[in-house]
Design a protein around this ligand. Sequence first.
Ligand SMILES: Cc1ncc(COP(=O)(O)O)c(C=O)c1O
Length: 348
Amino acid sequence: MLPAAVMEKAQKEMLDWHGSGMSVMEMSHRGPEYTSIAKQAEADLRELMAIPDEYAVLFLQGGASSQFSMIPMNLLRGKTKADYFNTGAWSKKAITEAKKFCDVNIVTDSSDNNFTTIADKSTWNLSDDAAYVHYTVNETIHGLEFDDIPDTGDIPLVADLSSTILSRPIDVTRFGMIYAGAQKNIGPAGLCIVIVRRDLLGNTVENTPTMFDYQIHDANGSMFNTPATYGWYLAGLVFDWLKQQGGLSAMAEINQRKKNKLYAAIDSSDFYHNPVDKQYRSWMNIPFTLSDDKLDALFLAEAKDAGLLTLKGHKSVGGMRASIYNAMSEAGVDALLSFMSEFESKHG
Ligand SMILES: Cc1ncc(COP(=O)(O)O)c(C=O)c1O
C-alpha cells in the first residue's frame, strides 16, 4: 500500500506541479523544478533516518536485485572474500550473485530450519578477512527478521533493508551500506535507494561498468543518467508524509502495535499458525497457514469480498501472508483480525 494522502497529493499535482505548467513526468531532470523535488526528497530522507554527511544517498534503478551484483563490484576493494548470512530467499539470491565475484563464506545458514529461526550468534562463522558482511534484515517471503544488528567490528556491514526500511528508527552509523527497493515502504517500484559510506567507494573490481559504480552515481547526484524521476518524486511525498506522522519513532509505535495484535491472534488460535521463532518474527510480513490448506482458496475469496487484498502467501511458502507496511493503518489490521475471527468461527 501507499498512503492515500500521498496518492491524492500526486493526483492533485499530476497535470501542473506547483504552477509550473508541467507534470513532474514531463520535467527535465536537470531543470530547477525537478532539482528542487529531488533535493528535498534526499534532505527529508536524511532527516528521517539521521543519515550523516559521510554517507552518500543514491536514488538508483535496477531494484534491490541489481545491488546483489553491485555490492561485490564496489565493496570488495581488492579483497577476495565476503561473508553472507543465509536467512532466506533474498539472502540466497544475493549469495548467488556474490559468488560470481568472490569467495562467499556463509556466516550462518537457516535453510536447515526452513528459514524459521536464526542460530545464536555464538555459533556464527564470521571471517577476519572478509571485505564486508551482508545480511537481509527482514526476509520478506518467510517473515524472518533479525532482532538486532550483527556486530562485525571494523568489517563493513551491508544490509538489505528492502522490506523494513522506515518502519522504525535504525542507527545508520552501524552500517557500511544499506539498500532498499522502493516498492514496500518508500514508493512505487522502479526506484532503489542506496545509502553508502563514501570512504568505501572508488575501488571497484576491474571492468565494472560505469553505471554500476556507486561513486559515479554519487559524484553525479544520482543523475549520471536519467533517474526514475516520478518514483523519486513519489518517494519524496512519502518521506514528507512520514515526517507529518511524527517520523520513524511514531511509525515504530504503530507498527509494533499492528504486528503484536496480529501475532497474538494467530498464536491464540488453533486454526491459524505462524512457524517463525518468536524472537525473529518480522514486523512487516506475517505469513500464516490455516489448519486445513483446502480452505486456502475460500479464505482468499472471502477476504477479497471483504476488501482484504493480496493476502496470498509467496508460492515457495504457501498459505497466506499479511504484509503490513507503513501505509497499512491499524484499522486495516483490525479489519483483517475481525475477518480472520469470523472465518475461523464459520469454518474452524
Ligand atoms: C528483502 C528483499 N530483497 C530484495 C528484493 C528484490 O527487490 P527488487 O524486486 O527491487 O529487485 C525484495 C523484493 O521483494 C526483497 O523483499
